[in-house]
Design a protein. Structure first.
Length: 392
């Protein structure tokens, strides 16, 4: 790029000289000359960048007198028509100069920021050669026009976006967003609640393609400890690296997407965190009983719950014939369960752990219509139930 720039600067110098001779005699003045504003030495430093197409940023401009940065379009590897210019800049060094373009660029382009001097001192950029070339280009220390090329790549569009998500319940491990529509590839980031507004990000989706994606699953970085609101928000992969990067204020790369209205594409939903059903464990020995009670040696529950005793139905758990009082999460020893009706004969019964899913302290399990307090699950993902021989 530097070699190419050197060749182009020579060409630009010739063009500038030709323009000058066809309109008026122009003398390059240094900072120490009296009379007209100095046009030299000047310099322009600009980097390749990403833009939404409406602006570019010039890293550094050094001017010997007050002047402007004019941004030229590319014309076959040389500066072409002016497509935007800065406000008046003071003599000296100006950094991070944002120039609003008159016509947005529509694709990856080369642009040519060029320093100009406010020759007539009116604070208005005037350079429309050959008839009105008042504010002439500034000259660098090598005697060439102070201009530099930069590649400008268009940022992905942030709008229009759409987002649908409903209230849901689960173990607090994550959520599912019903529908996501993105104008460019991006992500769904879920923000925690901060006094009724989106707070820190607690999880995000994998990279999603532009267009509509349904049933997007997001796993939280840490499980939710309690029920509450969360805020799914769409973000655009602005640097197109496929990695979600949003750590404001210093590294907020992948900016939020926008609805048609221009508002940030975010919704609030309620998440009900249900008690965990696993890991659950039971231990009970063969025992002699009067038929009115049985004893479970150990019941280990991941959340508050119960032990329901099922009758035997051809070697499997049958109807519930009794249940314990509410048991606390953790290890419960020697749990005595009174049966609804006394056993009429020796046989097998099936103690089963159930979790108090609605947290009301009442055992509720009448499937299929009212199976609220579902069975506990063992570490190997089976229902926490065992057969126990009862001898009368």
């Amino acid at each position: 790029m530097k070699k190419r720039l050197a060749i182009l600067l020579v060409a630009i110098g010739l063009i500038a000289a030709a323009c000058s001779s066809s309109t008026q005699d122009t003398t390059t003045t240094s900072a120490g000359d009296a009379g007209a504003p100095a046009t030299s030495p000047a310099s322009v430093s600009v980097e390749d960048q990403m833009s939404d197409g409406t602006t570019i940023v010039v890293a550094s401009v050094e001017l010997p007198s007050a002047g402007f940065i004019a941004v030229h379009a590319d014309n076959g590897g040389s500066p072409g028509a002016v497509i935007g210019h800065s406000d008046l800049l003071p003599a000296g060094t100006s950094e991070d100069v944002t120039v609003v373009l008159d016509t947005p660029i529509e694709g990856t382009s080369i642009v040519w920021p060029m320093a100009h001097i406010d020759i007539d001192g009116d604070g208005v950029y005037t350079f429309a050669p050959p008839d009105d070339a008042v504010d002439v280009p500034a000259i660098n220390a090598d005697g060439n026009v102070a201009v530099a090329p930069a590649a400008v790549m268009l940022l992905p569009s942030r709008a229009p976006s759409a987002l649908e998500a409903t209230d849901q319940e689960g173990l607090g491990l994550g959520i599912v967003v019903a529908s996501v529509t993105l104008p460019a590839q991006g992500f769904v980031a879920v923000h925690g609640d901060a006094d009724g507004a989106p707070g820190p990000v607690i999880g995000h989706s994998k990279l999603l393609a532009a267009g509509t994606t349904t049933d997007v699953e997001i796993i939280f970085d840490e499980p939710l400890e309690a029920s509450g609101k969360v805020y799914p928000m769409l973000h655009i992969d602005m640097d197109e690296d496929g990695e979600y990067t949003f750590e404001p204020p210093d590294n907020a790369v992948d900016l939020p997407a926008l609805f048609d209205s221009g508002d940030i594409a975010v919704v609030a939903i309620d998440v009900v965190v249900l008690p965990s059903t696993a890991p659950s464990a039971l231990e009970a020995d063969e025992q002699t009983s009067d038929g009115a009670t049985i004893i479970v040696k150990i019941a280990d529950l991941p959340a508050n719950g119960f032990i329901a005793v099922h009758a035997d139905a051809d070697g499997s758990p049958g109807p519930v014939i009794g249940h314990s009082d509410l048991l606390q999460a953790g290890e419960n020893k020697d749990v005595v369960i009174t049966l609804d009706e006394g056993l009429g004969a020796s046989g097998v019964v099936w103690p089963m752990i159930h979790i108090d899913m609605d947290g009301d302290g009442e055992y509720t399990f009448m499937p299929p219509d009212n199976a609220v307090d579902v069975p506990g699950i063992t570490a190997d993902e089976n229902v926490a139930v065992i057969p126990v021989q009862i001898n009368l």
